[in-house]
Design a protein around this ligand. Structure first.
Ligand SMILES: Nc1ncnc2c1ncn2[C@@H]1O[C@H](COP(=O)(O)OP(=O)(O)O)[C@@H](O)[C@H]1O
Ligand SMILES: [Mg+2]
Length: 227
């Protein structure tokens, strides 16, 4: 049975700079079923990051509709968007954006704490998530004491703290060596199962793109299904 957790219809997004109008998405359709992994490829500048930012409600769109886990983004008031960003979606970027003055456990726990979990609950969940990403014995390490791959795994744990329905990852292996990228790939592949989530993954690493149940190529404002 089809159960799309993400559904975009006739999604249109332009950027204007001076007199030039950039057409990023032109009435693009996209849908993804719950619990699946979708990978998105496309030339640099085709709009992959912009699309993820739209899904995460960090970026507005011109027209069309975006529904994620029952939330209709085009009509959601700013106050609900805040809740949406905090608890429905989780973000992982190419750069980890961990806070340098906090250890791994604190970095993971913080967004949970800020979303209203008790201190104990946030810490307990963070510990479980560090276990999940294989970093049980790195909880008290600071970002500067972790390898690039470990930092990205902390960033994944952090993205999961508020139990998001959807995880949005933008070139998460872009800064990693081959061995770390391989480890991260296997973690991302297991994510829907172990964290009960759906994953949208932008990458230009063909091996990482392979973990997708489906793959799309973003080109000329549209998604073309390539697998
Ligand atoms: N805030 C912005 N204002 C104007 N143009 C932008 C803005 N953000 C991105 N762009 C342009 O939109 C295009 C798509 O960008 P992006 O989504 O980052 O592409 P990708 O992630 O596929 O490389 C690029 O040409 C970029 O320069
Ligand atoms: Mg990008």
């Amino acid at each position: 049975m089809n159960d799309p957790i993400i559904e975009c219809r006739a999604l249109t997004k332009t950027f204007s700079s001076g007199t030039e109008v950039l057409h990023i998405l032109e009435r693009a359709d996209f849908s993804l079923d719950k619990g699946k992994i979708c990978t998105i490829l496309g030339p640099s500048g085709s709009g992959k990051s912009t699309f993820l930012a739209i899904l995460g409600s960090l970026e507005r769109f011109d027209s069309g509709s975006v529904r994620i886990d029952g939330y209709e983004l085009q009509t959601l008031p700013e106050k609900s968007l805040f809740v949406f960003r905090r608890s429905v979606v989780g973000f992982v970027f190419q750069f980890h954006f961990l806070l340098n003055d906090f250890n791994a456990l604190e970095n993971v726990a913080l967004p949970g704490y800020m979303a209203g979990l008790s201190r104990n609950e946030a810490w307990k969940r963070a510990q479980e998530l560090l276990d999940l990403v294989g970093l049980r014995n790195r909880a008290h390490h600071y970002p500067s004491q972790l390898s690039g791959g470990e930092r990205q795994r902390v960033a994944i744990a952090r993205a999961l703290i508020n139990r998001p329905s959807v995880v949005l990852a933008d070139e998460p292996t872009g800064n990693l060596d081959a061995a770390s990228a391989k480890e991260l790939r296997s973690l991302l592949q297991r994510l829907p199962n172990v964290a009960k989530t759906t994953l949208v993954l932008v990458t230009h690493d063909p091996e990482l793109a392979n973990i997708g149940d489906t793959s799309f190529l973003l080109k000329d404002g549209h998604f073309e299904c390539i697998r």
